[in-house]
Design a binder for this molecule. Structure first.
Ligand SMILES: *Cc1c(COP(=O)(O)O)cnc(C)c1O
Length: 385
């Protein structure tokens, strides 16, 4: 089976992890701050907090922005459920903004229309979470301008997008947002097995997220309510979690990030090759906006169902039977039973729903060979004939 995504682990990566096993610290040692420093300097963000998943990063990001009961958080329905769930963990209400039918990211015009409507009803969101689908940045300048106008904060869910760029900046710079989140799950661009990171340029948000990662505890006398009673002393200031990354994971990250640009360049080559090989088939290939350099986490195509004989499911199953591990990213979040139970209905976000009915993610990962890619294209061509 050719999977849709797969990690690329080198001997250096393995050695980096084994070195930690022989060292004094398996967790909370020197590798976590080293990896944080590398990601901060790669992106240009001032501060980075490594955690055990992007889901945890999204959670402490919402908490640091004081998301709670009575607040609204908006995100894209075309995402993994974690982009919305983080607000629910905080007791906030979730709503969605439909995607742009051309680039499949949260649509700034639809966001503007929804904000104008919400303002009249006094239901403006506290936080908006744009998701950089497939590794392509959303139109962050437009979303940032709306944040200034309507007074919401922004968390970029950049789980797909480390190594990508928007205008003059790496994704993760936080130039257009308060917090940016990365995932290091094995199918993503670089991996720490499980792992994630939150980046920010705001020192207060940094301090708060650092505390929330470790039970809400501080060892910094400047943050304490009381005078330190002795060298053992720490204070729990609020209810946090154990969301720490281990040194084993961070060591893998410090080694993987050495090859980040190489991985993204290879993904761009494969994407360009797919574009050429798939031209003239009854499908739509992904398009990238002029302002973005995509990290190409995913390469989804959309079937033109009115031009082919088979259904979406039939093409999907034929590819799977032919040994191609295609997938769907994503079924619309608002149609999950959990969100249906909160009142969301089919028809609310028609562009994301249409995407869920005709999209297929093809294999895309740095070690994908051109022969395998040709095999994918050959089988797809047969399925569409
Ligand atoms: C993978 C992913 C997440 C969650 O990442 P984890 O590190 O597995 O918690 C969140 N949002 C998006 C868009 C993702 O693709």
């Amino acid at each position: 089976m050719i999977p849709y995504g797969r990690q690329d682990i080198s001997q250096d990566d393995i050695d980096a992890v084994v070195d930690v096993l022989r060292s004094d610290f398996l967790t909370q040692g020197p590798k976590v701050p080293e990896f944080e420093q590398q990601v901060a300097s790669y992106t240009g963000a001032a501060h980075a907090i490594a955690v055990n998943s992007a889901t945890s990063a999204l959670h402490i990001a919402c908490m640091a922005l004081d998301v709670g009961p009575g607040d609204m958080v908006w995100t894209s329905p075309n995402s993994f459920v974690a982009s919305a769930n983080c607000a629910r963990y905080c007791g906030a209400e979730v709503d969605f903004v439909d995607i742009d039918p051309n680039n499949w990211n949260l649509c700034p015009q639809k966001l503007a229309d929804k904000l104008a409507h919400a303002e009249k009803q006094n239901r403006l969101p506290k936080v908006v979470i744009p998701v950089h689908l497939c590794g392509q940045s959303c139109d962050m300048a437009a979303i940032h301008a709306l944040a200034q106008e309507y007074g919401f904060t922004i968390i970029e869910d950049a789980s797909h997008a480390i190594g990508g760029r928007y205008r003059d900046d790496p994704v993760g710079s936080c130039r257009y947002s308060d917090i940016v989140v990365f995932s290091f799950h094995p199918v993503k661009i670089i991996t720490t097995a499980e792992g994630g990171m939150a980046l920010t340029n705001n020192a207060d948000l940094f301090e708060r997220m650092a505390r929330l990662r470790t039970h809400g505890i501080t060892r910094d006398p400047a943050q304490m309510v009381n005078e330190p009673a002795g060298p053992w002393y720490y204070e729990q200031l609020e209810l946090g979690y154990n969301y720490r990354m281990t040194d084993l994971q961070a060591a893998l990250g410090t080694s993987q990030i050495q090859r980040l640009d190489e991985f993204v360049a290879r993904r761009n080559e494969l994407a360009k090759r797919y574009d050429q090989l798939l031209a003239n088939l009854p499908i739509h290939c992904p398009t990238v906006i002029a302002d973005a350099y995509s990290s190409w986490h995913l390469y989804p195509i959309r079937l033109q169902l009115d031009r082919i004989k088979r259904s979406h499911r039939e093409v999907f199953e034929a590819l799977r039977e032919g040994g191609i591990g295609v997938n769907l990213h994503y079924m619309p979040v608002h149609l999950q039973p959990y969100y249906r139970a909160l009142g969301f209905e089919p028809g609310l976000f028609p562009e994301a729903e249409a995407y869920g009915r005709d999209a297929i993610s093809l294999p895309m990962f740095p070690k994908l060979t051109e022969e395998s890619q040709d095999q994918v294209v050959r089988l797809l061509r047969e399925c569409l004939a």
